[in-house]
Design a protein around this ligand. Sequence first.
Ligand SMILES: [Zn+2]
Length: 366
Amino acid sequence: MPATTLEYLLERSEKRLVGVNATVAAKAIELIKLAYRNGINIAVTQGLRTFAEQNALYEQGRTKPGKIVTNARGGQSIHNYGLAFDIAIFDDNQNAVWTGNNYNRVGKLGQQLGLEWGGAWRSFKDLPHFQYTFGLTLSQLQAGRRPPSGGAVAPSQPLPKNYLERGDSGTLVKGLQGKLQALGFSVGSGGIDGDYGAGTEQAVKAFQKKYGLTADGIAGALTLAKLDEEYKASQKPTPTPAPKPAPKPTTPPAQDPAKEEPKVDKSKLPAEPAAREEVNEAIERGITNGARPQDEAKRQDAMVMAKRAGDFQDYQIQNLYTTFQQVKANLPLQKPEVWEEKLENGDVSQQEMLYLIAQLTLRSFG
Ligand SMILES: [Zn+2]
């Protein structure tokens, strides 16, 4: 199996970046490298589309055979001005991956580089799409305005270091050590002291070895994600099966009264820094106001947050349903009526939602 190396991703992308504005192309390359450092393989799959190419693409599925892949005619896409590019995520064997939360993660990285991300659009989310228009709107571009050649670009924000290694210290290291210890990997005689020394390095290596990660003793994105996953799994009394797109349960199973008030072992609650990412995400979604993220949530607070999380999901499904209605005729889905019904009933798992967003984005709006 051919391996996905950074060289492969860059080489593949450079061909697609021919004709793209130099500043935008440089940002695309920067994004590929940044995503790679975060454990995500991406490559550019679309760059410049000439007006003629865009028109030809528009005719596909209309006057020409094939499926409809775009609603934009020549001049109506930022791609036509060399100011946009689309990416795809690849697995370790050079296969494209069209679903999953990594598209959102790459989107946020792109935003850190000052790129406009299609996933942040309100009307229609285009997860693989990035653009940089130098402040020009599509109408201005259509009217003939162009970015200044060699124009100054806002410098990208400095990126926080996103991995931990020997020599690091502080609360993040403490969080790391706490999770390792909880999973049975001793961090040495110092215990959870917030110093990433030889003991912690050994524990990280042992953890990486056990889960088939590169055992380099550096807690990078993949290691931290796996550690979080294992830690969370270890905190659940009984493993719940993965959510499956299943028919809605008609009646909730009877509650075992003994389980209604579980005793919480407070020593096992994640420390605040360890949960910071989750807290930030919840704040972003309006699930909690995050005013006191360091406080333990009361039962009542937890209920309120769970309710808001449910509302957020409903809101997303509602948006998806509206978009689906508008473009369903163009979709290459096997059973659009099944999807429509699921959306109408709000019976969509997170996984299905991401799949559908990818389908809507990739097939309908190219
Ligand atoms: Zn695009």
